[in-house]
Ligand binder design. Structure first.
Ligand code: ADP
Ligand code: MG
Length: 799
């Protein structure tokens, strides 16, 4: 275990002068050695000096240079968070992604030799924080909510805002809010300043594009210093495709990986795709083509490798002791050297390679070499995510197939080849109509370059771009759009208002949202009663709503859920809605597929045909699920009638209840096509919300037993009303009734298929999504929907 020693140095200082404070950490030799290779470690002194002398410091450094893992350790060693130091408050680090918050806290705990209770994480569904916590990794959303309770951030001595270049909605807001916190802390009286020590803010970015922070005069009084960490980035040769292929990029990626694996020297492959479905498809294909080692073979390999290692260790010892014996082990040593020479020779020669970087067009020879294929995306269970950091089994080549999680948040060791599809799946949001869509489109030049850079961390590397240089030059934007212009923002607007930032338009946004976007958020908050519609100030209700880690609609539902003893059900429903769809599906209609957003060449008819085919498949799966939804409560609790199956949201409640009754097991999830991780998160969020309510709303008792009885008919009616109140602006009227002349008459329909609806803000026809339980029923006159999504059509989801 780690040896910790705190000592004050500089005892000769005049009284009152700040005495430097150091915490000595004894790290394992291997860890220490690896750290010393990291570029940020060479800059430790400069970085700490800047932090000690400035309230805000910006650190820019290539991904993998050690910012996230090392800067918190610098602070820790400099006495930050030590109870006896001048800066006893916590060290807080924010991340835009949950994956990163969890894995980075584990890594830092390990490097410092501390427990997860000392170096902890907090994300919405999970936390390891304890009274002993000194370093806390969290998502940016978690810190935003803490700000609503404690605007001065009195618990913290340092806040590190990481991945600022990603321009996530919450990170942008955090930077704005923290700039105000600093001002307020500086304006405190001397007395209070004694109690609330100065706060240090460190903003970290993987790119040098920080002018939105430094030049924004409303943000910081004087531009903060920008420290550039020179990363030892090895050259990466970028190879464009000759043409941008017509076939989908998954197939194209597969071909490229096959070529790399069968022809090119050792080195990990990192593949960038756009989403979970694509990743699963490619992983399956790769595993089929290059089967992983059987456990037996892998054990054998490991034994051989171990023997080798032992030999080598012996060799080292022997070399040191006695040079004469060296000859004995030379065989192995030479073998190693030979391999290295090979590697050098194999490096591409710019002159001879073709555009794709492959000089050899002969029939490929498939070797037996197994490929160690690992997926990486945010919905993957944490343990599976962390596998990318382990060494691949000996004798295999690592191949990680990832979303843009691997672009800057996580550095995967040993990557030499990057295969980049050049696309990204992004949430778009039309602020006038409220229509959301997930679209796959070209990523930006900046992010494509980030992806390429992943190949050059451990040595010279190669990046294969599955698109042409013409497309890159002409169709890629320079930078990605900040998230604030791509997301509904009522949540952050409410957070800000509950911090008494009333005139949100004056807020120092790094990139201000469009006026209409802001107005729409305020309008919704006023509908929900969270802000006063005239003064636009937060109401008592709004303040309470802001306490919950939920979108304002869901908070509103919780707060009116006390009627008719509905609260446990509402908690279950909003938990499920917040976590997201727990059903496993092969197809997501709302996921755009390659054809949808491809450049002009894409064939719309083809897209439509494909979509129809997928709808059919959806239908089959959906029938199964509907049976399931009707069955569940009958099965687990025969005394009660089953739930009304005419609502997707009540279906969710049904599933949550049945899951708990069955003992909340993974087996139950498997049997019923549910994602275990989602069900577990729903379970945790329910517990968390129940706690929040019992501790913050005096007099409200919530059933603590997660197994609820199914609701009574009266409760069901109340639940429907509560849902309608939360989705007050999301009511769609059947189009035939919406047009004035036809009012009251209405046509007769057999099913909702192809029956158009009208939503409040848009003139476009919208249709009930085939995934809805309503899809097969006769179309109701009105539906309350959860989301409007645009794919080939505008779909209403979650009725
Ligand atoms: P940055 O934040 O500048 O992108 P990091 O601090 O994340 O850099 O990474 C520094 C180094 O630590 C990288 O080489 C990375 O591979 C390594 N590293 C980070 N997390 C882990 C982990 N869980 N296991 C092994 N190595 C890791
Ligand atoms: Mg980082």
């Amino acid at each position: 275990s780690a040896l910790l020693r705190a000592n004050r140095v500089g005892d000769g200082l005049v009284d009152g002068e700040r005495k430097p404070f150091y915490v000595t950490v004894k790290r394992k030799p291997g860890i220490q050695q690896a750290r010393m290779q990291l570029p940020v470690c060479a800059e430790e002194q400069t970085i700490m000096e800047a932090i000690n002398n400035n309230a805000v410091v910006i650190i820019c450094g290539e991904t993998g240079s050690g910012k996230t893992t090392q800067v918190p350790q610098f602070l820790y060693e400099a006495g930050y968070s030590h109870p006896d130091s001048d800066n006893p408050g916590l060290i807080g680090i924010t991340q835009p992604r949950r994956v990163a918050a969890v894995s980075m806290s584990k890594r830092v705990a390990m490097e410092l030799g501390l427990t997860e209770h000392e170096v902890s994480y907090q994300i919405r569904y999970d936390a390891t924080v304890s009274p002993k916590t000194r370093v806390k990794f969290m998502t940016d959303g978690v810190l935003l909510r803490e700000l609503a309770q404690d605007f001065l951030l009195t618990k913290y001595s340092a806040i590190v805002i990481d991945e600022a270049h990603e321009r996530s909605l919450n990170t942008d807001i955090l930077i704005g809010v923290v700039s105000r916190v600093l001002r307020l802390r500086a304006e405190l009286s001397k007395e209070d300043q004694e109690k609330v020590k100065p706060l240090r803010v460190i903003i970290m970015s993987a790119t040098l594009r920080v002018s939105d922070f430094t030049l924004n005069k409303t943000l910081f009084d004087k531009p903060p210093p920008v420290l550039k960490v020179d990363a030892r980035q090895y050259p990466v040769s970028v190879h464009f495709n000759k043409r941008t292929p017509d076939i989908d990029h998954v197939t194209e990626a597969f071909k490229k990986i096959r070529k790399i694996h069968t022809r090119l020297p050792a080195g990990g492959i990192l593949v960038f795709l756009t989403g979970q479905n694509e990743i699963s498809v490619l992983c399956k294909k790769l595993r089929k083509k290059f089967p992983p080692l059987s456990p037996k073979a892998s054990a054998r390999q490991r034994a051989v490798e171990k023997e080798k290692e032992a030999l080598e260790e012996k060799k080292e010892v022997v070399t040191a002791k006695n040079a004469e014996v060296e000859a004995e082990d030379l065989e192995l040593g030479e073998g190693e050297i030979d391999k290295n020479v090979d590697l050098e020779d194999f490096d591409f020669d710019e002159d001879t390679e073709d555009e794709e970087g492959f000089t050899d067009e002969e029939e490929e020879q498939e070797p037996d070499a197994p490929l160690h294929v690992l997926p990486l995306y945010s919905l993957l269970p944490t343990a599976a995510q962390l596998r990318v950091f382990d060494d691949p089994p000996p004798g295999t080549r690592l191949c990680v197939v990832a979303t843009n999680v691997a672009e800057t948040s996580l550095t995967i060791p040993g990557v030499k080849y990057v295969v980049d599809c050049g696309k990204v799946k992004e949430r778009r949001y039309d602020s006038t109509t409220g229509v959301q869509s997930f679209e796959i489109g070209w990523t930006s030049k900046a992010s494509a370059d980030q992806r390429a850079g992943r190949a050059g961390r451990t040595g010279p590397g190669h990046c294969y771009r599955l698109f042409s240089s013409a497309v890159f030059d002409n169709e890629f934007e320079q930078f990605s759009t900040p998230e604030i212009n791509r997301m509904p923002i009522e949540g952050v607007v409410l957070s800000m208002k509950s911090m008494n930032i009333d005139t949100v338009t004056n807020f120092p946004f790094p990139t201000p949202p469009e006026r209409e976007h802001m107005a729409k958020a305020e309008r919704l908050l006023a509908y929900l009663g969270a802000i006063d519609s005239d003064t636009k100030r937060v109401t008592e209700l709004g303040r309470t709503m802001a306490m919950f880690p939920l979108s304002p609609r869901f908070s509103k539902m919780l707060l009116i859920g006390q009627q008719h003893d509905c609260l446990p059900y509402v908690i279950a429903i909003v938990s499920a809605l917040s976590v997201g769809d727990p059903f496993i599906k092969d197809y997501h209609l709302d996921d755009a597929r390659p054809g949808d957003s491809d450049d002009g060449g894409s064939d719309n008819e083809d897209v439509a045909r494909r979509e129809v085919k997928e709808i059919r498949r959806e239908e089959v799966a959906e029938k199964e699920r509907r049976k399931l939804a009707r069955r569940m409560y009958y099965k687990v609790q025969t005394k009660h009638a089953g739930l009304d199956p005419t609502s997707d949201i009540l279906k969710l409640l049904n599933v949550v209840g049945a899951y708990e009754f069955a003992g909340a097991t993974e087996k139950f999830c498997e049997d019923n096509f549910l994602r275990p991780k989602a069900m577990d998160e729903i379970h945790k969020l329910r517990g968390q919300l129940t706690n929040l309510i019992t501790t913050n709303l005096p007099g409200v008792d919530v059933l603590v037993d997660p197994r609820m009885c199914p609701p009574t008919p009266i409760q069901l009616r109340a639940l429907r009303q509560i849902l309608a109140a939360g989705f007050i602006d999301s009511v769609a009227l059947r189009a035939d009734l919406a047009s004035a002349g036809a009012a009251g008459k209405g046509r007769k329909f057999k099913s909702t298929r192809g029956v158009p609806y009208r939503v409040m803000w848009s003139d476009e026809d919208a249709y009930i999504h085939p995934g809805s339980v309503l899809y097969h029923d006769s179309p109701p006159e009105m539906v309350v929907y959860q989301e409007v999504f645009k794919a080939s059509r505008v779909w209403l989801k979650g009725e």
